[in-house]
Design a protein around this ligand. Structure first.
Ligand SMILES: Nc1ncnc2c1ncn2[C@@H]1O[C@H](COP(=O)(O)OP(=O)(O)OP(=O)(O)O)[C@@H](O)[C@H]1O
Ligand SMILES: NC(=O)c1ccc[n+]([C@@H]2O[C@H](COP(=O)(O)O)[C@@H](O)[C@H]2O)c1
Length: 355
């Protein structure tokens, strides 16, 4: 809870149970330093001097976060009404050529880890297959990769496949992809309201006070605190951040500072050492969650494609419906592996262009 930048108090007439329609709850929106969006919300029944107490507590907490102790200010009954965990949406980008069981495991491992911290609640997982414009060698058509990812996640009640990135002709940088998903979550939930609220009639930005009363009511569905997007990846992906000309330094900074990473260990990669050796990753190491996979395996799409080309079984490495789809469409062959041969990977091409 340290790192609060702003607390907003509002009264909640819509939660009111009294006949006169007077507000009966105080809603406190807590804004973290990391993001401009509210990170959590507390709802406290309005009894006696609750509103004054909220206001005093907010000022006290902001001026000296070390004194933060909500329980000493409010009753346990009031506290039980709030879930202070930060909601997270895990986004995995990649080729998924084809999707394997390990890709699905990444989500389970990432979610378990974040829940184990007690600080986060994972509300959704998003698989975002890369566009054909990425031009990676052996990359089969996006429509097939999408379909396979959809088949693989059919039985999951929290992992979804987003076609946005894949259905574009051109490749999209990962930082843009994450921003898109964050914006999508924020706009549906409360992003636009937040924007409107911070602009006054003359169109000028309103000065943000530490404590004010201008946030809409608690139980409007559209003002729910938006979940935070975090990038879910394997340790090899993390190490790729250091490959010259593959990533823009400002994108690496933005990914580790604004979004954050949940990184699963992988054979052949030493994520801990990589973070230590990178100044930018070291600076934001608190925003990089390293998850140890103890049941190690090195399933990779490359190895699955290789086995398929050689007519070997890949059963139990990919979900059964995915295997059926691969067979039905005869997706992976020596010929498919030659796709994009001789082409430069789009990120290298883009980053080598003069501005
Ligand atoms: N066995 C694994 N352990 C940890 N992370 C993995 C594993 N397999 C895939 N990932 C992660 O899944 C994400 C998407 O990966 P991608 O689609 O490139 O699959 P891949 O199996 O790594 O493919 P390839 O074999 O072509 O490198 C990446 O962040 C990658 O690090
Ligand atoms: N600069 C960038 O944004 C950048 C560079 C390289 C790869 N990526 C992404 O990382 C993922 C890598 O996937 P592969 O491991 O299958 O190559 C893809 O989603 C790709 O778009 C992003």
């Amino acid at each position: 809870m340290l790192g609060l930048s702003r607390i907003v108090l509002t009264l909640c007439p819509k939660l009111c149970k009294c006949r006169h329609g007077n507000p009966s709850y105080v809603c406190m929106w807590l804004y973290s330093n990391e993001t401009r969006a509210p990170s959590s919300r507390l709802v406290i029944p309005l009894q006696g001097d609750t509103r004054t107490r909220c206001s005093l507590w907010a000022q006290d907490c902001l001026s000296n976060p070390a004194t933060f102790n909500l329980k000493s200010w409010f009753s346990s009954e009031a506290m039980e009404k709030s879930d202070e965990r930060i909601e997270v949406v895990l986004v995995a980008t990649g080729s998924f050529n084809p999707i394997t069981v390990m890709h699905l495991r990444l989500f389970e491992l990432g979610r378990d880890y974040l829940h184990g911290t007690g600080k986060y609640k994972v509300v959704k997982g998003i698989i975002s297959p890369v566009s054909d414009g990425y031009k990676k060698k052996g990359l089969v058509e996006g429509s097939h990769r999408l379909e396979m990812a959809q088949l693989a996640t059919k039985n999951s009640d929290w992992i979804e496949v987003e076609p946005w990135e894949c259905s574009k002709k051109d490749w999209t940088e990962t930082e843009t992809v994450l921003r898109y998903y964050q914006q999508k979550l924020t706009c549906t939930d409360n992003g636009e309201i937040e924007e409107k609220k911070s602009v006054n009639r003359k169109g000028q930005k309103r000065k943000r006070n530490n404590v004010c009363q201008d946030v809409p009511d608690y139980n409007c569905p559209e003002i729910k605190v938006p979940p935070k997007v975090k990038l879910l990846c394997g340790a090899d992906f993390l190490e790729s951040l250091g490959v010259p000309n593959l990533w823009k330094p400002e994108h690496v900074r933005e990914i580790v500072s604004s979004f954050g990473l949940v990184c699963i260990t992988r054979m052949g990669s030493d994520a801990r050492k990589f973070i230590y050796e990178s100044d930018i990753l070291w600076k934001y190491r608190d925003n990089i969650h390293l998850v140890e996979e103890w049941i190690t395996n090195d399933i990779s799409s490359t190895k699955v494609r290789r086995a398929l080309r050689r007519g070997m079984s890949v059963r139990y490495l990919v979900p059964d419906p995915v295997l059926d789809y691969i067979k039905k469409h005869d997706l992976y062959s020596e010929e498919s592996e030659e796709k994009n041969t001789g082409l430069t990977l789009e990120p290298f091409l883009r980053n080598s262009k003069k501005p």
